[in-house]
Design a protein around this ligand. Structure first.
Ligand code: DMJ
Length: 571
């Protein structure tokens, strides 16, 4: 098998910095004073660079990803035998079964993928009961193969080579963004741009980068608003943008315009075009200037007036990944973007003060803040925050690392309870902590499970930071429940009521099931060496992107050129 270069430099716009023949005519044996000066300048720049690299380059052993090829990524790296024995003994299984867990997740992925391949190929998603293609309004009326793009890196990581090649071929031949479709800027960014960039970084295949950049160009008109806060939706053909009618009088949504940073910074890095970086930094600057009621960020912001909409704050839907991307901007910059870290710390401090409570039964939950009132309800989406707190523990102010790791563990526990208190052992969409109720859904329309990843995401982060075997146990419970209740002959389907022993299906196989849920499960049972968190930061759709500052340093002139470009355009 060939080992693809992870980061081929061909195609990058790297300026030619070495003097060419024309600068040094052959008919003269000696150099002019000015030429000597230029030569000296280049030489001293080179020495400075080498000197800087010597001191600032991180420990090479941490950056295995730049050396490993396909095979290294794909062979499951087993942790120390002792740890392995411990965590799997906890599951009550024998050591001979040690590849069973990874294999099980990969087999689920294969069933999901094969079903989509057979019945929904090229459509955005799959209806596994009706056995046909499916789409929702976030993709407009397009047929852009969302599942193919979202699943790329999971296929790659799990070693499903043929499927990956098949997906790449479809993308090369069919993925076209010149379509008259009004799509969600946020969803297209996290699923398509994030998915394509991760596939590019993992496989080194240029096509993924090219497509990501083509798509990003199509999203840029969404930023043409009086404030620069992008519209929620944009027509890929006409470039006309607008907002959802239901969003606080035509507001833009915090979790949408606040979840572009990671992908856009990578786009600037890869293309040298500062526009992407400028767009997201403009959003950050604008938010920094605004007053925040009780230190909290409301979910809605009007892109015409620059004023907040309703004073609702959430760590679940409408708010969630805004906070996640502040932390990840810092991590992705190799912890140099301290402005992002400070903004994250301040936001979390206010959230802890106003939104996080303990129930009578001792369960820590994160409620929703609505005009000064705390609604004691937590969404499945909010459960990702356990992982976020754990990920942000290291580097937290006042040496509160232990506190945040503990908070992450408490949220993981609460979310596990929300699964455990159901008949199907799958979590409801939202659950209450009110009138004697603890971690259970009350309203019929909150009892569904649509193959969401957030709880498993938190188990995985908690496992990585603590190696407490209970997280693998909980993950294994989820694997079994999904396989038992959501698996159908045509793929995997969401269920409408997790409290019913005879649930009906919603007949949708969400693309994030392949991008996130199955990936996090697989990683939960793999070694920490597979996509180490010091080197990779996962976007909100679980697409891994490399840490950038160390990455820049490893990229020689491309990195230097990036820094120069940044400085010229941003300072
Ligand atoms: C995913 O598309 C992303 O995780 C997003 O941030 C919100 N949640 C869905 C899956 O539940």
């Amino acid at each position: 098998m060939t080992t693809p270069a992870l980061l081929p430099l061909s195609g990058r716009r790297i300026p030619t910095l070495s003097p060419g023949a024309s600068s040094f005519p052959h008919h003269r044996a000696t150099l002019r004073l000015s030429e000597k000066f230029i030569l000296l300048l280049i030489l001293s720049a080179f020495i400075t660079l080498c000197f800087g690299a010597f001191f600032f380059l991180p420990d090479n052993s941490k950056h295995k990803r730049f050396d490993f090829g396909l095979e290294d990524v794909l062979i499951p790296h087993i942790e120390s035998e002792k740890e392995y024995v411990q965590s799997y003994k906890y599951l009550g299984t024998i050591i001979d079964d040690k590849l069973k867990f990874e294999a099980n997740c990969a087999a689920m992925m294969k069933h999901a993928w094969d079903s989509y391949r057979q019945y929904g190929w090229g459509h955005n998603e799959l209806k596994p009961i009706a056995k046909k293609g499916h789409s929702t309004n976030i993709f407009g009326n397009s047929q852009m193969g969302a599942t193919i793009v979202d699943a790329l890196d999971t296929l790659y990581i799990m070693g499903l080579h043929d499927e990956f090649k098949d997906a790449q071929e479809w993308i090369e031949q069919n993925l076209d963004f010149s379509v008259n479709a009004e799509v969600s800027v946020f969803e297209v960014n996290i699923r398509f741009i994030g998915g394509l960039l991760a596939a590019y970084y993992l496989s080194g295949q240029e096509v993924f980068k090219v497509k990501a950049v083509q798509l990003a160009e199509k999203l840029l008109p969404a930023f043409n608003t009086p404030t620069g806060i992008p519209w929620a939706m944009v027509n890929l053909k006409s470039g006309v943008g607008r907002n959802w009618g239901w969003a606080s009088a035509g507001s833009s949504i915090l979790a949408e315009f606040g979840t572009l940073h990671m992908e856009f910074v990578h786009l600037t890095y890869l293309t040298g075009n500062p526009a992407y970086y400028q767009k997201v930094m403009h959003i950050r600057k604008l938010l920094a200037k605004m007053d925040r009621p009780n230190g909290l960020y409301p979910n809605y912001l009007n892109p015409r007036t620059g004023r907040w909409g309703q004073h609702h704050t959430s760590v679940g839907g409408l708010g969630d990944s805004f906070y996640e991307y502040l932390l990840k901007a810092w991590l992705m910059s190799d912890k140099t973007d301290t402005e992002a870290r400070k903004t994250y710390d301040d936001a979390i401090e206010a959230i802890e003060r106003h939104l996080i409570r303990k129930s009578n039964g001792g369960l820590t939950f994160i409620g929703e803040w609505k005009n000064g009132h705390l609604e004691r309800k937590m969404g499945h989406l909010t459960c990702f925050a356990g992982g976020m707190f754990a990920l942000g523990a290291d580097g937290s102010p006042d040496d509160k690392a232990g506190h945040y790791l503990q908070l992450g563990a408490e949220i993981a526990h609460t979310c596990h309870e929300s699964y455990d208190r159901t008949v199907l052992k799958l979590g409801p969409e939202a659950f209450k902590f009110d009138s004697g109720l603890e971690a259970v859904a009350v309203r019929q329309n909150e009892k569904y499970y649509i193959l969401r990843p957030e709880v498993i995401e938190t188990y995985w982060y908690m496992w990585r930071f603590t190696h407490d075997p209970k997280y693998r146990q909980w993950g294994w419970e989820a694997v079994q429940a999904i396989d038992k209740y959501c698996r159908v002959s045509g793929g995997f389907s969401g269920v409408k009521d997790v409290y019913s022993s005879n649930p009906t299906y919603d007949d949708v196989q969400q693309s994030f099931f392949l991008a996130e849920t199955l990936k996090y499960l697989y990683l939960l049972f793999s070694s920490d060496e597979l996509l180490p968190l010091e080197n990779w930061v996962f976007n909100t759709e679980a697409h891994p992107l490399p840490v950038l500052m160390s990455f820049i340093l490893h990229s020689g002139w491309a990195g230097v050129w990036f820094c120069i470009t940044m400085n010229q355009h941003l300072k």
